[in-house]
Design a protein. Structure first.
Length: 366
């Protein structure tokens, strides 16, 4: 007929009559009259902060838990950060949540998830919890990059380098990361015809930076590919107006003109071209042979011209020397002595000099 139950300090009792919650039993001994054996008492430890029960909503609405628990009834757009004894315990989503406050210090932060982007000074701690990782989508933007957050197809935020979080289930969130560092793009060889109908292949390299990430993402599909296509078109436009000889002689001029054209074409895409260089000019095999022969002939002609110039200079020098000797006999006599000195180094020579010239007075040579 009577139920006698002892509720300890760390416990609470849930009394049900005929399957319906009736009251909360606090610490102490309780005697419950039960002639029809329809009373059920459940003991629950309040040392465990979270209260979970199949009839939780009925128990909370009865008001029997007042002063013993912290009740969270979160709407669809609400989230709650629950701190127990100064430590983050969970990130709660929509629904009813109940925590015992008998032995624990419970602190709750309510957050409106309709903002989608979630910012908090303790974000790394929040993301480290299982419920935080479950309810938040994370974007990690590296140094030198920028992130663009699109919500339901519209730009919602620009993300600087670092870790950023967004609430799941509050819209379609897409994160696009853009590299803001200076980059180089190789423009592979393509066959181009010059103004004098010579077909060649030309390789170039383009250095560029993204200066407007929003334009680079929204104005064109794939800004790198767009830059590549525009560079190829610009190469055709620049090379097609030049003859082969002019192209080979002024590759720096070609690169400068190409840079100017490319800057104007990719500026609407949020790109800034820093430099353009011509790496290789590849000619067909037969054209190489022709140019080699032309080069060889040009070099031979240059060598012949130089030789003739040297011979002319030597003859002019000899003529000048002869005129000097003719006008100055003493210098001629000195020149003759120098020649004899050189001859005497290799042979015995006897010379008799008179009043006339040396050639007239040579008497004996041994």
């Amino acid at each position: 007929m009577l139920h006698s139950v002892m509720i300890h300090e760390h416990e609470r009792g849930l009394l049900f009559r005929d399957g319906v919650f009736s009251e909360l039993l606090r610490p102490g001994r309780h005697r419950v009259f039960d002639p029809l054996r329809k009373v059920r008492i459940e003991k629950i430890s309040v040392r465990k902060p979270w209260l979970a029960h199949a009839d939780l909503e009925v128990i909370v609405k009865s008001g029997a838990l007042e002063g013993q628990v912290r009740v969270l009834d979160l709407k669809d757009h609400e989230r709650a950060l629950v701190w127990i004894n100064g430590r983050l315990s969970a990130v709660c989503g929509t629904g009813l949540h109940v925590l015992w406050t008998v032995f624990d210090d419970v602190r709750v932060e309510l957050v409106d998830a309709r903002a989608v982007r979630f910012e908090h000074p303790e974000l790394p701690v929040i993301l480290a919890t299982s419920t935080g990782a479950q309810r938040l989508e994370v974007a990690d933007v590296p140094a030198g990059w920028i992130g663009l957050a699109f919500l339901n197809g519209r730009l919602a935020a620009t993300l600087s380098p670092g870790v950023h979080a967004f609430w799941r289930g509050e819209g379609a969130v897409k994160i696009v990361q853009v590299d803001l560092r200076e980059q180089a793009s190789d423009i592979a060889g393509q066959e181009i015809m010059t103004a004098d109908k010579v077909t060649l292949r030309l390789n170039a390299v383009v250095s560029y930076r993204v200066v407007d990430a929003v334009k680079a993402v929204t104005e064109v599909e794939g800004h790198v590919q767009a830059l590549y296509r525009q560079a190829q078109l610009a190469l055709r436009a620049v090379v097609g107006t030049r003859e082969l000889d002019a192209l080979l002689a002024d590759k720096d001029g070609v690169a400068a003109e190409l840079e100017g054209i490319l800057k104007a074409r990719v500026a609407p895409f949020g790109l800034d071209v820093r430099a353009v260089g011509i790496r290789d000019v590849i000619l067909p095999g037969e054209m190489k042979e022709i140019l080699n022969r032309v080069t060889a002939a040009r070099k031979a002609a240059e060598a012949s011209l130089i030789t003739r110039r040297e011979e002319t200079a030597a003859m002019r020098s000899q003529a000048n020397t002869a005129r000097i000797f003719e006008s100055t006999p003493a210098l001629m006599r000195l020149r003759e002595l120098e020649v004899l000195e050189k001859v005497a180094e290799k042979a015995n020579l006897s010379v008799i000099l008179g009043d006339g010239g040396l050639t007239e007075r040579i008497v004996k040579m041994l």
